[in-house]
Design a binder for this molecule. Structure first.
Ligand code: CU
Length: 228
């Protein structure tokens, strides 16, 4: 983008805002971050194996607003890195939650893969990799009030945009200091919030996001799948 290399998710390269999300959401600041929800999948069919014809991307810092206590499925879909036969491994880390790793596979994810999900004893982690050209399916319960980053933990990848922001139950977070709507905030107070509820044992499918990791520069991009 503009001559720079970025990573993007569904054609959005994450560019964090100056104002902390917690304060922006709690205090209703419309200018704190992009108010449009980022895309939950690719907008057009996209061959993850081949570099896109148009390598451009967009930037953004919108938030996936999750229903409090909803069950969220995420399909991390890896793609090419804008070159033939180039795709990398990315360790994706979710803040604020652990998730079940329901499955992973090669190539483009299809709904048929769901039949092979491990619903019996899936690993419970807060980090999982997507392999080159592969996909990884995760599930978690949005039961922890707050705003949470979900990102590749290879730091340069994160700083080049490989991440998304999730939020749930922000109105339940106690004592968000007014100054959190400024350009800094008191970490101690934010981390002091308590969990309100324990994870439910009943999981309901509410959302399936397909998130693509591709070396930036996509104007049109991959994937579609949003189940309610
Ligand atoms: Cu990465």
């Amino acid at each position: 983008m503009d001559g720079y290399t970025k990573w993007s998710i569904n054609n959005v390269s994450l560019s964090l805002p100056a104002t902390p999300y917690l304060g922006s959401i709690r205090f209703g600041l419309k200018n704190g971050f992009d108010q449009t929800t980022p895309p939950e999948n690719f907008t057009v069919p996209y061959d993850v194996m081949k570099p896109p014809r148009n390598p451009n991307t967009t930037t953004g810092n919108g938030v996936y607003m999750l229903g409090y206590y909803s069950t969220v499925d995420v399909i991390l879909q890896n793609a090419n890195a804008l070159a033939e036969n180039v795709s990398e491994t990315h360790p994706w880390h979710l803040h604020g939650h652990d998730f079940w790793v329901l499955g992973y596979g090669e190539g483009r994810f299809t709904e048929a893969e769901e039949k092979r999900f491990n619903m019996k004893n899936p690993p419970y982690r807060n980090t999982a990799v997507i392999f080159p050209y592969g996909w990884t399916a995760l599930r978690f319960v949005a039961d922890n009030p707050g705003v949470w980053a979900f990102h590749c933990h290879i730091e340069p990848h994160l700083h080049l945009g490989m991440g998304v922001v999730l939020a749930e139950g922000v109105h339940r977070v106690p004592k968000i200091p007014q100054r959190s709507s400024f350009l800094w905030f008191d970490r101690e107070e934010v981390h002091d919030r308590k969990q309100f509820l324990m994870p439910s044992l009943i999981y309901r499918r509410v959302c399936c996001m397909i998130i693509s990791c591709m070396l930036s520069k996509l104007n049109w991009s991959p994937s579609i799948l949003y189940n309610i």
